[in-house]
Design a protein around this ligand. Structure first.
Ligand SMILES: NC(=O)c1ccc[n+]([C@@H]2O[C@H](COP(=O)([O-])OP(=O)(O)OC[C@H]3O[C@@H](n4cnc5c(N)ncnc54)[C@H](O)[C@@H]3O)[C@@H](O)[C@H]2O)c1
Length: 403
């Protein structure tokens, strides 16, 4: 098999920048059939020590303080955009205009208007896009999605989905960019509920109508400068600044589409200050013939019930196995645990597949915009207390048209 080099550019060397890099590095061994050897060409960050780290530790050939140097580098074929939300629109549009396919982190901007700018630029330039909605590719999630699409759970009646992540549960947890409206947009709503929205739209059906609620639990936090530490940092006796967005977000939702979940209803919740759950992203999906539930904290298994009667009624635990999603790319036999990094490797493979003309299995900017429309509708409903319809986004098929 011939192997082609693919020049990688990285914009922002924070948590996600490192993770995207490790994912590219894994592609030749986990997905050799792609015939792609990513070459780490150019990384940028406004923090000089992170640029140095990108070169010395991650292995990028060149480093810059200005992201435009990455986009202007002729050896860069694809770009990972892992900057804070404030910069997604500016950098996403610039990447599209430079003709570079890009893999951009969720939620793609601070609000739907930012996401729409990026979507329009990508469409005008005709470049492939992928979004950092990594949880949808957990093998158990892919399997539950298949079960629903095949009608195994019957008509879907109701869904409960949450992302309870206590990264800011400590009141002295740092006031990172995530807590500022001009840098992040919303709080738990855009940061965490966006993952929940993407998951339920991917697995169940499009969300068509919402009623939202937001609240802020800790109104002040110690200030953390950009590019220093991460959002898990705790600062004792620091100068306090104002938290400008929500710690908790919730929505009642109605599902639409034309599949088995049309007319289903549900509740979605997210909190960044929850005490107890750590990375508690999960869902319970109930149908007339069965139900399924999954949580990221036990990513490698899910609970399934496929009968209403008889001696086997109730839940069975299904362990990860090679028939689920891309599990077999990582482990040959059932019951071997996969991890968070592996989800990014799967995402990288789908991005590279899309860039090189393979089948479309990746998340797209249209789907990110559809998720952002739901988030915007929740924010608007939280203000006026009314139900809000969600604007439809052409091209947001969530992969295979469950809805
Ligand atoms: N998919 C997921 O599960 C997931 C998880 C965490 C974060 N994210 C998303 O990834 C993005 C980044 O989050 P993170 O946790 O990696 O943040 P981070 O704070 O760890 O890193 C952000 C980096 O951006 C750099 N930066 C700031 N301004 C810049 C500029 N003008 N040009 C270039 N770099 C600049 C900072 O110096 C820092 O190194 C966010 O959009 C976030 O929502 C996604």
């Amino acid at each position: 098999m011939t192997t082609k080099e693919l020049g990688v550019g990285l914009i922002s060397v924070g948590w996600m920048g490192k993770l995207h890099t490790r994912a590219y590095q894994s592609l030749p061994t986990v997905y050799p059939e792609l015939g792609i050897r990513p070459k780490l060409v150019h990384a940028a960050d406004t923090a000089a020590d992170r640029v140095q780290y990108a070169k010395d530790v991650l292995g990028y050939a060149r480093g810059s303080l200005d992201y435009r140097d990455v986009l202007n580098d002729p050896e860069v074929d694809v770009v990972s955009i892992c900057a804070p939300n404030l910069l997604h629109a500016e950098i996403g549009v610039a990447a599209a205009q430079a003709g570079k396919p890009f893999w951009i982190e969720k939620p793609v901007g601070r609000h739907a208007a930012d996401t729409a700018l990026v979507a329009a630029a990508a469409q005008a330039a005709g470049v492939a896009t992928s979004i950092g909605y990594n949880y949808r590719h957990a093998p158990a999630v892919e399997r539950i999605r298949e079960l629903i699409a095949a009608g195994e759970l019957g008509r879907i009646t109701n869904v409960r989905a949450v992302f309870f992540n206590g990264y800011a549960a400590e009141p002295n947890g740092a006031l990172s960019w995530r807590f500022k409206k001009d840098l992040a947009g919303s709080g738990a709503l855009g940061d965490l509920l966006s993952h929940v929205v993407d998951l339920v739209q991917y697995v169940v059906a499009p969300v068509t109508e919402v009623s939202g609620l937001l609240s802020t639990v800790h109104s002040q936090r110690p200030i953390l400068p950009m590019g220093v530490a991460d959002h898990f940092a705790v600062i004792e006796d620091g100068e306090l600044g104002q938290v400008e967005n929500d710690d908790y977000a919730a929505a009642l939702v109605r599902f639409g589409g034309t599949g088995s979940a049309a007319g289903a209803v549900g509740t979605l919740e997210a909190s960044r200050v929850i005490v107890g759950p750590q990375c508690g992203l999960g869902f319970e999906i109930y149908g007339t013939e069965g139900s399924a539930s999954w949580s990221f904290e036990r990513m490698n298994e899910f609970r399934l019930c496929l009968t209403r009667t008889g001696p086997n009624q109730g839940y069975t635990t299904v362990l990860g196995n090679p028939a689920m999603g891309d599990y077999g790319k990582f482990q040959p036999g059932p019951g071997n645990a996969m991890g968070y990094d592996d989800l990014k490797v799967i995402e990288a493979s789908k991005f590279v597949e899309a860039v090189t003309g393979g089948p479309r299995r990746n998340s797209t900017i249209e789907e990110a915009l559809a998720d952002a429309q739901v988030i915007s509708a929740v924010a608007a409903s939280a203000v006026d207390g009314q139900w809000h319809k969600v604007s439809e986004v052409p091209g947001a098929t969530f992969g295979h048209g469950n809805g």
